[in-house]
Design a protein around this ligand. Structure first.
Ligand SMILES: Nc1ncnc2c1ncn2[C@@H]1O[C@H](COP(=O)(O)OP(=O)(O)OP(=O)(O)O)[C@@H](O)[C@H]1O
Ligand SMILES: [Mg+2]
Length: 249
């Protein structure tokens, strides 16, 4: 089943057309990578799916986006969409609270109150991102004390704490060392058995390592979408060939 579907989707900021007639489907239980040069619209695409781009001044869109079969523009309460669609940013964001309160922030917002439920969510979310063993003895310490790689895993745990069905990640490893990157890649491959994962990456090797399918976007247009091996080894478009061959971007 397709977890996310963009149908003739267009966006602009003022007169700047950013996404142009995008038609894309993203399956459940798989990782799709989005690649393309800086400024081509990758972040705007992710932020449109969880309705955060819509908060920017001068942002306009037309066309449709469906999440789990339902148009996001017909849902009255945007928090319902953000519960289904989590977004992890490029720079690890630790909220100015303890490690524990970072994970429990959203579950509490969505009304979970029972201490035993919260404790279970805390442990399970941190275990999913392989952080539990590293932090279980300092859950009440400020999250700001964690390393960059740990903060990024915490940000993913925070997103997973409300059980999203779609996980969007915008260059989540760009500020991390190879070891932390490896941990996060393993984690994403593991999570893909249960989720639709869409990852924007500038690291073409990363896309090749973990993505089932890869989408190449250039100047707001989808140039090609294919199984990752195919897109890199035998792309259909000359433009894709140029990009994956390192000729531009
Ligand atoms: N909040 C905003 N207000 C106005 N224009 C914006 C805003 N965010 C992005 N843009 C414009 O939209 C276009 C696409 O930007 P976007 O951030 O989606 O690109 P990107 O592919 O993620 O680039 P990068 O690889 O550098 O992160 C750019 O022309 C950018 O200037
Ligand atoms: Mg971006």
């Amino acid at each position: 089943m397709n977890a996310v579907e963009l149908i003739n989707f267009n966006t602009s900021y003022g007169n700047n057309k950013v996404l142009k007639n995008v038609n894309l489907t993203f399956p459940s239980n798989a990782i799709t990578a989005i690649i393309g040069p800086s400024g081509c619209g990758k972040t705007t695409l992710l932020r449109s799916i969880n309705l955060t781009a819509q908060m920017e001044p001068h942002y306009k869109s037309y066309g449709d986006i469906k999440v789990l079969g339902e148009s996001i523009f017909e849902v009255k309460d945007v928090s319902l969409i953000r519960q289904k669609v989590g977004l992890v940013y490029q720079t690890p964001v630790a909220l100015p609270f303890s490690i524990k309160e970072n994970v429990l922030f959203a579950p509490k917002y969505y009304g979970i109150k029972k201490r035993e439920n919260l404790n279970m969510i805390l442990k399970e979310s941190l275990q999913k991102v392989a952080l539990w063993d590293e932090v279980k003895d300092r859950l009440n310490k400020p999250a700001s004390e964690l390393s960059g790689g740990q903060k990024q895993r915490l940000a993913i745990a925070r997103t997973l704490a409300i059980n999203p069905q779609v996980l969007l990640l915008d260059e989540p490893c760009s500020s991390l060392d190879p070891a932390s990157t490896g941990i996060i890649e393993e984690l994403l491959v593991d999570l893909a058995s249960k989720l639709c994962i869409i990852i924007v990456t500038h690291n073409l090797f990363q896309a090749r390592r973990i993505a089932d399918e890869t989408v190449f976007i250039l100047d707001g247009e989808v140039i090609e979408k294919a199984p990752t091996n195919k897109l890199f080894s035998t792309p259909t478009s000359e433009k894709t060939k140029g990009f994956v061959g390192g000729l531009f971007g």
